[in-house]
Design a protein around this ligand. Structure first.
Ligand code: ZN
Length: 285
């Protein structure tokens, strides 16, 4: 990686009045998530969980965008690097065929997202600008989503021949017919529509995003810790009873059939798409 970014923290962490603010910090690449960032996020969440003074956690993105999704093309892309893993999955590096991505994505995408969804403190995603594909996974694992009026949401991976990102919550976050439209067209959903569908809790002016999110986090932080964790677990449990976890397991395997199918017919796990062609396909015509 011949990039100055190596020296910079890809995730920032601070605590203000009992609220931890975890910020993705690769603004030059619209906070594209490489593994380095994923593990740094995990470490930051662990720090917030371990700190008894932290009652709520905000997940933010520095710069103009929350996140453009998984890193599929920056100089810091580290898909072929080994990291100390958070789960008992073995290292994906140097594994053949479909095993490479299957093992990697069990750990860094599905595993991490489930782990973060179950963080025993309330989490709030603070979203401005792009929240695309892999970024949806990060927003969706949070308990609340506060969006700026310039935020937009999209999962365009059907262009890769893939049925949605790895943490398949689409049909739980959106009514099924809207989820189909969202995935089949892969178009941007503006913040106000996401709010009307219940995917976002509040839409505010960009300039007010941080203050509004901190204010909401502050009201949550005034509640008793045990009440907060039990309430969060209660709703998560209801979602799982409604099939969220089992649906996600089933679709994760369709997702990996698609990666392997792509590789078989084109030699590319992403169906020949890269960061550039995906970004181009997303621009409004
Ligand atoms: Zn994948």
């Amino acid at each position: 990686m011949a990039d100055a970014e190596v020296e910079q923290d890809v995730v920032l962490y601070e605590v203000r009045d009992g609220i931890a603010i975890v910020t993705m910090n690769r603004p030059k690449y619209r906070n594209a998530q490489n593994s380095k960032m994923t593990y740094a996020l995990d470490a930051a969440f662990r720090r917030a969980v371990d700190d008894d003074d932290v009652k709520a956690i905000i997940l933010a993105g520095s710069g103009e965008h929350f996140s453009a999704g998984h890193d599929i093309g920056t100089p810091g892309r580290d898909v072929n690097q080994s990291f100390d893993r958070a789960h008992l999955w073995y290292d994906h590096v140097n594994k053949p065929g479909g095993e490479f991505l299957y093992v990697r994505e069990q750990e860094v995408y599905l595993g991490m997202c489930r782990r973060w969804r179950d963080i025993p403190k309330p989490t709030i995603a603070m979203v401005q600008g792009a929240c695309v594909a892999g970024a949806l996974m990060l927003a969706w694992v949070c308990d609340l989503i506060i969006a700026a009026d310039n935020a937009f949401f999209a999962d365009p991976v059907v262009r890769m021949g893939i049925p949605g990102v790895e943490y398949f919550a689409h049909a739980f976050e959106l009514p099924p017919r809207v989820a189909k439209e969202f995935l089949l067209l892969g178009e941007r959903m503006p913040a106000d529509r996401a709010y009307n569908l219940g995917m976002v809790n509040k839409v505010v002016k960009v300039a007010d995003l941080e203050a509004e999110t901190l204010a909401i986090a502050g009201r949550i932080a005034a509640m008793p810790r045990m009440g907060l964790v039990l309430t969060k677990q209660a709703i998560n449990h209801v979602e799982d009873l409604r099939g969220k976890r089992t649906a996600m397991d089933a679709v994760f395997h369709m997702h990996h059939f698609a990666h392997s199918h792509n590789e078989l017919i084109s030699g590319s796990k992403l169906g020949g798409m890269d960061a550039k062609s995906m970004a181009a396909s997303q621009r409004p015509k």
